[in-house]
Design a binder for this molecule. Sequence first.
Ligand code: IMP
Length: 179
Amino acid sequence: MIYFVTSNRGKMEEARAMLGMELSQMDIGYPEIQADTLEEVVIFGMKDLAGRLDGPVMIEDAGLFVDALNGFPGVFSAYAQKTIGNAGILRLMEGAKDRGASFRSVVGYAEPGEEVRLFRGELRGKIAFAPRGEGGFGYDPIFEVGGITVAEMGLQDKNRISHRGQSIGAMREHLSGRT
Ligand code: IMP
């Protein structure tokens, strides 16, 4: 059994669909520092959690990186979602010809007393012109892949292609590769 420390139910559902029932959600919080990379945020969070739980622990940090906005909101994604929201991102993109963007995910995983392992994933797509779809969470309604937004996909389809599907898939591979 692995503790997934997160307060985000959407992430938890996606991770559980990837890993099965061996996951237990812990909403115990950890400092999310303002850093330049998702990796730094995850490593700092894992250091804070080390020793606080009696089993394997994972956390995940994700962000939306928009090409025309030089990677914004990136590591500021949670703050941007809370303040300007999807409507704010669409406003910043008004008139932008280049709609390219990435979702990125970094997972940190450690067993008690062991070093932290990082697993990454990236999904390339485009910023839509208007929000569409009811599924997913966060920026999903404004992020398009192959003509539909991630919020218009089912959870299984999202997991098959998404940044988080890749990072958690890599973690699953790592775990299944051990005896
Ligand atoms: P964090 O990883 O929880 O810090 O997420 C940063 C921000 O990106 C939050 O506002 C999330 O809602 C958003 N976010 C994270 N993952 C996804 C995703 O898979 N789809 C859409 N938005 C996401």
